[in-house]
Design a protein around this ligand. Sequence first.
Ligand SMILES: [Fe+2]
Length: 133
Amino acid sequence: MALLNWNSSYRIGIAALDREHCRLFDLINNFHYAFTLNRDRRDILKLLNDLVGYAEEHFQHEEAIMTERGYSRLQYHREIHAGLFETLFSLQTKLERGTIGMEMETIAFLRTWLTDHIAEEDRALGKFLAEPS
Ligand SMILES: [Fe+2]
């Protein structure tokens, strides 16, 4: 079963960002699935690399939109992205070194890092972007 299921409650109302979030769900699920099936480490690392790479791209895209629209919470939102990225990056490092298992902490992080972020900061951003500029 997929770790995350996309549904309309995750929609923030900005089509391009919703599509990117949906893609992040897929990438998290792909990685989680390979990990739980204990697939070849190189395959698992490749899937995590895909996730880390796409997360970076997505955060940059969101930040570019926030900059362009003069979003007042840009700095705060950017710091949250940096924190999330750092955690993802440290997961990648641990996996490369073989010092991590699929313990509860890892699963909990994968399950919540994106959904919590969407529910809080990205939803607030969606609301702001929907207002006439
Ligand atoms: Fe965000």
